[in-house]
Design a binder for this molecule. Structure first.
Ligand code: TXA
Ligand code: MG
Length: 318
């Protein structure tokens, strides 16, 4: 069987045997293992070179299954689960005894999500355990949105990549928990704040990187192997020489050879830009003639906010 395959039954067998399988979701590909099998979970950290202080999300296909594992969605968050699951939303809820400490890095809350992808929902419905699945990239690097992105780093190191085509949201799930009895966003992501607020009213946003309660929000993250500079206006854009620089643009215009330019959305559509964003960040990885990426920030609404957050972290110096 080839490393990238649509064989769900094979994925089911491998995961049940404690092996790792990269799975498609609507946000990004995940590096999945049996979330109740500590050895499988350890293997996830190892293969990604991920520090143990960065906790993992548990994925399943139904709220009933979560409840059978002692995981209850608190009332404040129930309207969100109802409106947006399956979908790009992760909820931080009270951990139960069945969840191994290694999943939560010792914290008393666990992150859970029902992803919206037909292949993976089929897989999850066959399993009696949740899948622990961080994004399927080496720690600190850009998240994968195609099976090929996963294969570049992990071929030969895990059982397979379950092929679900390119991800259609393209950035990680939005993480929501509760602080002072109010829904609080800990990571901006594929579900916009506007959509969340249309269901539960105004929410707090707490995505600072220094907070130990969300250790995954490290300032340096999502980085390709290039220097990254962000711009917002045409005047800033004109400053850059084009010899060793490539451009990832949204609305701004720069006259450069097509090989040095990716336009994220010709229709200025934030959702389309999110879908293409990580693939664009990886595009010049193997091109040593390019040393710098100049990237345009998006207007700060809809998925533009999440993209700008990733840009800030990708451009961070440490
Ligand atoms: O869209 C997604 O969420 C993807 C797909 C595969 O589902 N997964 C993903 O996982 O982005 P990962 O591991 O790359 O990011 C998970 C982040 C952690 O870095 C951390 O910020 C937060 O979720 N997290 C997980 N468990 C937590 C917990 N118990 N308390 C606080 N934050 C937690
Ligand atoms: Mg990640």
């Amino acid at each position: 069987m080839s490393f990238i395959s649509k064989d769900i039954a094979f994925a089911e067998k491998a995961l049940t045997a404690g092996e790792l399988v990269a799975i498609p979701t609507e946000t990004v590909y995940g590096m999945a293992g049996n979330g109740f099998n500590e050895n499988a979970v350890k293997q996830i950290f190892k293969v990604k070179n991920r520090p143990f202080y960065d906790p993992l999300i548990l994925h399943t296909n139904s709220i009933e299954k979560l409840e059978s594992w002692g995981l209850k969605i608190p009332e404040v968050l129930q309207p969100l689960a109802k409106a947006f699951w399956p979908g790009p939303l992760t909820l931080l809820i009270k951990k139960s005894a069945q969840v191994p400490e290694i999943i939560t890095s010792g914290l008393d809350r666990v992150a859970v999500r029902i992803p919206s992808h037909a292949t993976t929902l089929d897989l999850l419905s066959r399993l009696s355990f949740p899948l622990a699945a961080p994004s399927a990239n080496p720690f600190g690097y850009v998240s994968p949105t195609t099976p090929e992105h996963v294969a570049v780093h992990f071929e030969g190191k895990i059982a397979m990549v379950l092929d679900g085509g390119p991800c259609n949201v393209g950035i990680e799930s939005t993480i929501v928990g509760i602080e002072n009895d109010k829904p609080t966003v800990y990571r901006l992501g594929g579900l916009s704040i506007e959509r969340i607020e249309s269901v539960v009213g105004s929410v707090q946003v707490n995505t600072s990187s220094s907070k130990p309660s969300a250790p995954g929000m490290l300032s340096k993250h999502y980085s390709p192997n290039k220097e990254i500079v962000t711009v917002e206006t045409q005047a800033e854009l004109q400053k850059f020489e084009t010899r060793k620089t490539a451009f990832i643009l949204f609305d701004l215009k720069k006259n450069v050879p097509p090989a040095k330019l990716i336009q994220l959305s010709l229709k200025s559509d934030h959702d389309e830009a999110a879908q293409k964003f990580y693939d664009a960040l990886r595009h010049w990885d193997n091109d040593e003639s390019i040393t710098r990426l100049v990237i345009e920030r998006l207007p700060d609404f809809g998925l533009g906010r999440a993209i700008n957050d990733r840009l800030l972290r990708a451009a961070a110096k440490d």
